[in-house]
Design a protein around this ligand. Structure first.
Ligand code: SME
Length: 161
């Protein structure tokens, strides 16, 4: 496909996700390089929603290590028992955090980050291969719409592993 996103003129996130998902499918189809695909998915989410930070932490050994992302520089390594990312990895579930200051152990890569959603990405065997972390500079910026739609994107990534 052409490397241009076509986005609906709306602020309704569900509509934007609905438009984005098939475009991400087309963008990654037939491309075997995981780094390239994750980089484009992070860029597409940033372009579509203007999130403060969007990126991946990949399981490498006994840590999560920073992968492709869009936004300010971030922490490079996260232990499985640390932060929202570590919690999502360990619990194997999506975590919505309306106010990061209320999440025990939250890792503040940036003081501008106010709310966050982290989604696990499973490998075909059902193990967590990485997490997708999306941060906002606004409090309570994420809802079930984001959680469920980002899970659909995570499911797409599973097919690329
Ligand atoms: N806040 C995350 C760390 C990653 S950065 O926000 C990019 C956490 O608590 O896991």
């Amino acid at each position: 496909m052409a490397e241009t996103l076509i986005l609906p003129q709306t602020t309704e996130r569900q509509e934007i996700y609905d438009s984005l998902l098939p475009q991400l499918q087309a963008l990654t189809e037939g491309e075997p390089d995981l780094t390239a695909n994750l980089a484009n998915i992070a860029a597409a989410l940033k372009e579509a929603f203007g999130f403060f930070w969007v990126g991946f932490y990949l399981k490498k050994g006994n840590q999560l290590v920073l992968g492709p992302f869009q936004g300010p520089i971030a922490c490079t390594r996260i232990h499985f028992d640390k932060g929202v990312c570590g919690a999502s990895y360990s619990r194997k579930e999506t975590i919505l955090v309306p106010d990061v200051e209320q999440f025990p152990g939250h890792i503040a890569c940036s003081s501008s980050s106010k709310s966050e959603v982290v989604v696990p990405v499973f490998d075909p065997a059902g193990e967590v291969a990485m997490v997708l972390d999306v941060d906002s500079d606004r409090l309570d910026d994420f809802s079930e719409v984001d959680a469920r739609s980002l899970e659909q994107i995570a499911a797409l990534i599973t097919t690329l592993l």
